[in-house]
Write a protein that binds this ligand. Structure first.
Ligand code: COI
Length: 355
């Protein structure tokens, strides 16, 4: 039998930010969802409560060994005022895959999604309406058992928080500059690259910090073994249009299986644009650029949506892509995906789930 979600409304409501001031992930709504897990008892006590700090034992495993996973999805509101989610079942599926990799007990995907819907429904008036804005949903699981031995926790919390957001990059939907990372690596085959787990992001900070001063928004990670083949950006998967064909790195266990990535591939196929998932080396991209055949480059992710790449720096090579302006395919993908999400384009693939 499905568990009942206990509801405790916030006594006072916070002031909502102006759409023009919205950044990514700085402001949180009035409520949060939380449920507990104890070994032998399973997941229990699902509740929506006023947004508040957590009280955790300083020995909780999550603080020491990072046994934790997260997801990212968004809620949108149509001009008729209907709240909706984009392919949320894919995020629930991926959450459980990340759980498996990190030895965290699985969640009931249907129940987790119903909890997200209920929470979004409660804070529906926080979904911003201005173009390019949405309500970012961050479900996550933390290991809460107080124990300093390295072992899977026997206690967890599954929490969902909501944040009204604008564009992820300060460039908005304008092209970003990306530096190819040659020293540090994000993930290796057999590692945790495919899981959405905190350590992948913590270990990416150093490289990110080193290029930020030079004006690069993010780094592009290469494979961890040979540092030859393109993997992903960390906050998005990447696509290149070379001589009429769109290519993206094939999923190999160290690349995140992006929901937006999958949606881009489906849309391109639907439009009859050749798209291939395969191994791509940086040398190939460089050669294509020299030959004038690198027509577009862009990233795809929930937070980033479609983010054109206007410049790619690799060693001493500074590759300006498509004269540094947004390419035709990136624009068409951005318009179609956001059109489906905001309800101005027909949902031909049945991707939308009403709240
Ligand atoms: C998302 O696109 O939701 C992500 O998880 C990227 C995030 C690290 C900002």
């Amino acid at each position: 039998m499905e568990q009942q979600i206990h509801m405790e409304y916030a006594a006072t409501k916070k002031e909502k930010p102006n759409a023009a001031d919205l950044q990514f992930g700085r402001v949180f709504t009035d409520h949060m969802f939380i449920m507990d897990y104890t070994e032998g008892k399973g997941w229990y006590d699902p509740r929506i409560i006023p947004y508040q700090p957590l009280s955790l034992d300083p020995a909780a495993i999550v603080f020491h060994y990072g046994q934790t996973v997260f997801e990212g999805l968004k809620a949108y509101v149509t001009k008729e005022g209907e709240a909706r989610l984009f392919r949320p079942e894919k995020n629930m599926e991926r959450l459980n895959r990340s759980n498996d990799r990190m030895c965290i007990p699985r969640l009931d995907e249907t129940f987790a999604l119903s909890a997200i819907k209920k929470l979004v429904g409660v804070d529906k008036d926080w979904i911003p309406t201005a173009p390019g804005t949405s309500l970012y949903i961050r479900p996550f699981v933390i290991s809460t058992e107080p124990y300093l031995g390295v072992a899977p926790s026997k206690q967890y919390q599954f929490i969902v928080i909501l944040s009204p957001v604008g564009a992820y990059y300060k460039e908005g939907i304008n092209p970003v500059k990306i530096a190819v990372e040659n020293e540090f690596v994000r993930a290796v085959k057999g590692g945790t690259g495919e899981a959405k787990t905190a350590g992948n992001y913590a270990s990416s900070l150093k490289a990110q910090e080193l290029v930020a001063d030079k004006g690069y928004a993010q780094v592009l990670w290469l494979d961890g073994l040979e540092k030859k083949y393109i993997e992903e950006v960390g906050s998005m998967n990447v696509f290149f249009k070379i001589d009429g064909e769109v290519v993206t790195p094939a999923l190999n266990g160290s690349i995140l299986k992006g929901v937006t990535r999958n949606s881009v591939i489906k849309l391109l196929k639907h439009w009859g644009i050749p798209v291939t998932e395969r191994r791509i080396s940086m040398e190939e991209i460089h050669q294509a650029h020299l030959a004038g055949k690198l027509e577009e480059a862009f990233g795809a992710g929930t937070a980033a949506v479609i983010s054109p790449i206007g410049e790619l720096a690799w060693n001493e090579n500074q590759m300006i892509v498509n004269d540094g302006v947004t390419g035709k395919i990136a624009k068409q993908l951005y318009d179609t995906l956001t059109g489906i999400q905001y309800g101005t384009e027909e949902d031909i693939f049945d991707w939308i789930v009403e709240v």
